[in-house]
Write a protein that binds this ligand. Structure first.
Ligand SMILES: O=C(O)CCC(=O)C(=O)O
Ligand SMILES: [Fe+2]
Length: 308
């Protein structure tokens, strides 16, 4: 099944074998798919949007009380236009992204080199519990997806669980205020994690992915109560480029409306080695094994990452 723009729709109510087949086709051809009939309740999705609205509507000084204790921690509030995804991807001359964010990680403390403490607003009685419920609901979905990936790739499902025990999965709430000019909202990038589960609002033609075949940018318009999954660099590397990390960006269309999205980045434990799956090595692995921690550090430093 595909949407009107040709993006795969994976229906989780089908049999595991059928879902694994559809995921496999989508990941090989574009690295992304809509997910419908997943396990995250629509009422929770609606509550997340409601609480986000309340948070981003707070006066700036209240949001600033949620700055992380250590400024380099990716937690709590990041003010409007203070981050630059293009620089992270090695492009130095693009403006900061016109977005403000709130980031948090697992409600249960983890011992992992990437973990830093969550920060919560004190003014909103339901914000923290809603976001924690969302974390656990999506975490449960990631476990199901990992099992389906294992089926699709003919590997032991334990492969993923042993490498994600202390993974500092991170949720980012993104708020793009309305703007009356046609500037892009979030620059082109691939995510540095294994995969991302995105929950986007209904602003049309904002998020775009680049389809590998014709290199054209295709809009991602959400399915009703659906989620959108895009693979990150780690799954591409794990699969020796059989599955693709999807380049994506948020365009200026729809800028006249306020836009919100929620990204759940599915990470690995920092010390986990990323090594090509035996079932994908074929004529030889293209990449050296590397720990997840080193992989991300090297991406930040803009280095070639262990290409053979
Ligand atoms: O806002 C969006 O739809 C995409 C955000 C995104 O790509 C990211 O946070 O990595
Ligand atoms: Fe992204």
């Amino acid at each position: 099944m595909k949407d009107s723009n040709g993006i795969a729709i994976v229906d989780m109510s089908l049999s595991a074998a059928e879902v694994a087949r559809d995921i496999s086709q989508a990941c090989e051809s574009s690295g992304c798919f809509h997910l419908i009939n997943h396990t995250v309740p629509p009422t929770l999705l609606a509550d997340v949007m409601k609480e986000m609205d309340k948070f981003f509507s707070l006066p700036l000084e209240d949001k600033q009380k949620c700055f992380p204790l250590n400024p380099s921690d990716d937690r709590g509030y990041s003010a409007f236009a203070t981050q630059n995804i293009a620089a992270f991807m090695g492009r130095r001359n693009e403006p900061n992204d016109p977005v403000e964010k709130f980031a948090y990680s697992s409600p249960t403390p983890l011992v992992d080199a990437y973990t830093s403490p969550n920060v919560w607003p004190s003014q909103l009685p339901n914000f923290r519990s809603t976001m924690e419920d969302y974390f656990f609901a999506v975490k449960g979905l990631t476990k199901k997806l990992f099992d389906l990936f294992a089926l699709a790739l003919k590997i032991d499902p334990e492969y993923f669980s042993t490498r994600t025990t202390t993974a500092p999965n991170c949720v980012k709430l993104n708020h793009y205020p309305a703007m009356f000019k046609a500037a892009g909202r979030f620059g082109e990038h691939t995510d540095s994690c294994s995969f991302t589960i995105l929950f986007i609002d209904s602003t049309p033609n904002a998020l775009k992915i680049r389809m590998p075949e014709k290199q054209e940018w295709i809009p991602v318009n959400p399915q009703l109560n659906g989620l959108f999954v895009n693979l990150g660099d780690v799954l591409q590397r794990w699969t020796n480029d059989k599955w693709l990390a999807t380049p994506h960006r948020v365009d200026g269309q729809g800028n006249a409306t306020d836009r919100k999205s929620v990204a759940f980045f599915v990470m690995l434990s920092s010390s986990a080695e990323i090594e090509c799956f035996p079932s994908c090595v074929g004529d030889g692995a293209k990449y050296e094994p590397i720990t997840f921690y080193d992989f991300v550090q090297k991406k930040i430093e803009g280095l070639q990452i262990g290409l053979k």
